[in-house]
Design a protein around this ligand. Structure first.
Ligand code: CAO
Length: 477
């Protein structure tokens, strides 16, 4: 609730003359919606669900992203229906096009799986004509997304002030490694962020070194955060009529995903972390949250257990959670019915110092079954378990294909490949998952259809070298 301060600042004369409130006319206020309810909002569409256009239809993104973090963000926005125009350096493009190549002369999977559903235009941003094109793009786009090294966008001349003057509605969204502070100028890749965000120090086994995870929480995780920031800024712009800066630091994104460990850091001040197996093993805690192996990060003790075939299959494991309400069912399954009433095992508190023994006993049982059998048997009695699925199993999983989470697309130079579709399912906005563009595939289309250049102007731009790779033979001569 707003409270009145006793000493209010005296108003200057100039300020006193100003009207109390300036009425800002929003672009959206110019034309009243045709079909409006009494409250000015559009009437609910009567089109069948999924046929009323995509969620971000009409949003145009100037995509200056590269590598992984930024492209993850813009790919999600493209899946949601935004027109994502990816700007790439002529002749070179996003560096990942050529990284970790599996098919000679074809864009790598690294690139294709992060840049689906986008259009590609090549522009040399350091060429005067290239800058003219960028100016036009800035005027016509809603969001500029970038993840250059700190200062690179400014060095191109695209400062916030410059962009905002050209298009006050523009949202400028950036991924950087660190937020303002001692490291703000550093270049950052995935694992740097995992280390600086607290994930690595809390991942791995107590006896071993810190570990980075396979999930790209620094890059893709931050891209996901940025997408939420962009959509929020678009929503706020409906009210304010103006764009804003959106910044996601990778360190912050990782910390957000590792917040349960900051929780545990504070709990340490009040005693040992009793759900960590270190406690049941009688190993004292130090000053910082330790690595906890495969312990559960929550309040239900859990561990990773071997299943039938583990000797030859590195993924024959199941993650087993001893959720308190189903303790009785667990005891029956593993053939220890007396543990249901035995005071040493009957309550979660009594079990805590005996977790090692308990999981060893459960593992004796899981080792007699495949991970899928354990899954079926346990889920039938509500015991939460998770099979360790290999990437091979995931790639072949029919249900993931059926939901569009794993999608096969066809590419003109590399042929068919699998990609991850939209993990966020909207009932009225089916995901628009298409292959990634070739380098500069849409340059002319965007110049003419989006920016209105005519044929002669496009020829002139081409001849200038602003959208084409420098001629190496001329450079050598
Ligand atoms: N035309 C002309 N020049 C272009 C261009 C274009 N279309 N697109 C990019 N460039 C130029 C930039 O202007 C910049 O030039 P200057 O340094 O001379 O100003 C240069 O290309 C490269 O930019 P960069 O420094 O961002 O690239 P890098 O490969 O050296 O660094 C990375 C890569 C990822 C470490 C750095 O971009 C970064 O720290 N980004 C922020 C954090 C981030 O997103 N990290 C995740 C990466 S994924 O693991």
């Amino acid at each position: 609730m707003a409270t009145k301060t006793k000493r209010q600042k005296p108003k200057s004369r100039a300020a006193a003359k100003k009207p109390a409130r300036k009425v800002v006319k929003l672009a959206s206020a110019k034309k009243p919606a045709k079909k409006a309810n009494g409250n000015g909002l559009p009437k609910p569409s009567n089109k069948p669900y999924g046929q009323a256009g995509l969620a971000l239809q009409g949003v145009r993104i100037l995509d200056f992203t590269h590598v992984q973090s930024g492209p993850t963000c813009t790919q999600l926005l493209a899946y949601m229906g935004a027109d994502v125009i990816k700007v790439e350096r002529p002749g070179a493009g996003d560096i990942t096009r050529g990284q970790l190549r599996d098919v000679p002369n074809a864009d790598s999977l690294y690139f294709t799986m992060l840049n689906g559903s986008k259009r590609s235009i090549t522009i040399d941003s350091k060429h005067p004509k290239g800058m003219d094109i960028l100016n036009r793009l800035i005027k016509t786009c809603d969001v500029l997304v970038e993840n250059f090294a700190p200062g690179a966008l400014d060095r191109m001349g695209l400062t916030w002030e410059y962009i905002h003057k050209l298009n006050p509605r523009m949202i400028v969204a950036s991924v950087k490694g660190f937020g303002p502070g001692p490291y703000e100028d550093c270049k950052v890749y995935e694992n740097v962020a995992q280390c600086a965000g607290g994930a690595a120090s809390t991942t791995g086994f107590r006896e071993g070194p810190p570990l980075v995870t396979g999930a790209q929480i620094g890059d893709s995780g931050t891209g996901l955060h940025l997408a939420l920031g962009i959509v929020s800024a678009l929503y706020q712009r409906i009210r304010t009529g103006r764009g804003q800066k959106v910044l996601c630091a990778m360190q912050d994104g990782v910390l957000n995903l590792t917040r349960v460990k900051l929780r545990d850091q504070q709990r340490l001040a009040h005693g040992p972390l009793t759900e960590y197996s270190q406690y049941s093993e009688g190993v004292p805690f130090g000053k910082a949250v330790p690595r906890a192996g495969n312990d559960s990060g929550g309040g239900q003790p859990a561990w990773l257990l071997k299943c039938k075939g583990w000797e030859n299959d590195p993924d024959a494991y199941i993650y087993f959670i001893t959720q308190a309400p189903v303790w009785g069912a667990i005891c029956d399954l593993i053939g220890e019915p007396t543990w249901k009433t035995d005071p040493d095992y009957a309550t979660p508190k009594a079990r805590l110092p005996r977790l090692k023994k308990i999981f060893a006993r459960i593992e004796e049982w899981t080792m007699t079954k495949t991970k899928f059998e354990v899954m079926d048997i346990c889920n039938a009695v509500d015991i939460p378990v998770g099979p360790i699925l290999s990437m091979k199993e995931i790639a072949e999983d029919e249900s993931l294909r059926a939901t569009g989470t794993v999608v096969e697309v066809d590419h003109p130079t590399r042929g068919k490949y699998l990609t991850v579709g939209n993990p966020i399912k909207l009932s009225d906005s089916p995901a628009d998952v298409r292959r990634s563009p070739l380098l500069g595939e849409h340059t002319e289309e965007i110049l003419s259809k989006v920016l209105g250049y005519n044929g002669a102007q496009i020829a002139e731009i081409k001849a200038s070298g602003a959208i084409t790779a420098p001629d190496k033979s001329k450079a050598a001569a």
